[in-house]
Design a protein around this ligand. Sequence first.
Ligand code: NDP
Ligand code: MG
Length: 389
Amino acid sequence: MSASRNVVLLGATGSIGENALRILRAHPDKLRLVGASAHRNGDALLAIAKEFDLQRICLTDEDARHEAANKLPNGLKLLGGTEGLDELASTETADVVLVAVVGTAGLSPTLAALSSGKDVALANKEALVTGGKFVVETAEANGACILPTDSEHNAVFQCLGGGPAKQVEKIILTASGGPFLDWSSDRMAKVSPEEALQHPNWSMGPKITVDSATMANKGLEIIEARWLFDMSPEQIEVVIHPQSIVHSLVQFVDGSLIAQLSPPSMTFAIQHALLFPERAPGVDDTVSFTDPLSLDFQPPDVERFPCLRLAREALAEGGVSPATFNAANEVAVAAFLENRIGFPSIAHTIEHSLESMKNREPINLEDLLAADAEARRIASTHAETLTLS
Ligand code: NDP
Ligand code: MG
């Protein structure tokens, strides 16, 4: 890579955002931040704008934007709302947009960035799960690249090495299994948000941490992989790997398996995506073999983790079912984190929403977003019936 690459970072104040900022600080000769967004956290965003000498930022929450507007230094433009996020994602000088906002909010700016020909380092998986077909088509139509940044998908991207897809037998996504890997269903029925937020290996935002505990995260990732690598559902396998060091594997037609290994820190995947195809020294310690190191693998238990089964069913059904899975999960996780529903009710809410939605092939993006809204209504109404007393 000759010149430095201009980066827009959406979700700069989150867990992925913070890791991305560490990488930007470590490689000022290769990467330059030209825009950043947050939702509510105006003070943290203003501090980032100051540190990186930004000219454009966006706060998507209206109240937060009004509050920050009073504190703006000269020369800093503050955008707002979804339109502002789309505008930031299309920043003329940007080369790559790292989409690290949480939830379906990632879909619109992903499409905006790709539409204006920007490469997208995509950490946000909900965009692909909800609108995979539209995202992939938009990238192709505009000659833009989607750089997989979720750690498993980045691992697959690295293992594939750009070789012909027909030589790939299957991809194998690893999953830590989360904090309840060995818990009985009865014990899991009573877990609190605090317990679900204690991930054994990864430090992440609250939504994805709960997704890891239910394994809905791996379900979302199966659907994400289908779009990123154009694989059939049967070609995407999941294996439990509690150490989270092997981030995924690719099996080729001759039976060889290629894996990508690094410690459980997102900086490896984020840096790979931002610098691709170049490599540079990382910002975290590498895997050490000076002490004994065990790597274990076991099949997942879909009985105790029904979200995995539901994601596969949604993928097989196609149409708006993956979007329904995602929307119902977002609604249910929010309700669980607010102590309104119990842990197993997350899977119940997804299952009920998939059964209640009339599936159809979305004719356009508006139609898809209407289905997303309808699934949210169904899920919210159902979650209310499950409310903890
Ligand atoms: P966090 O909750 O830590 O951060 C979310 C970021 O998005 C924050 O900057 C937040 O701003 C902003 N945000 C929140 N809500 C909205 C909204 N409605 N519109 C626009 N911006 C919003 O999430 P993570 O960093 O953990 O995850 C981000 C994405 O990356 C998710 O899609 C997740 O699935 C994916 N991912 C995360 C991994 C991880 O290790 N964390 C690993 C792999 C994928 P504010 O701070 O102001 O609220
Ligand atoms: Mg992942």
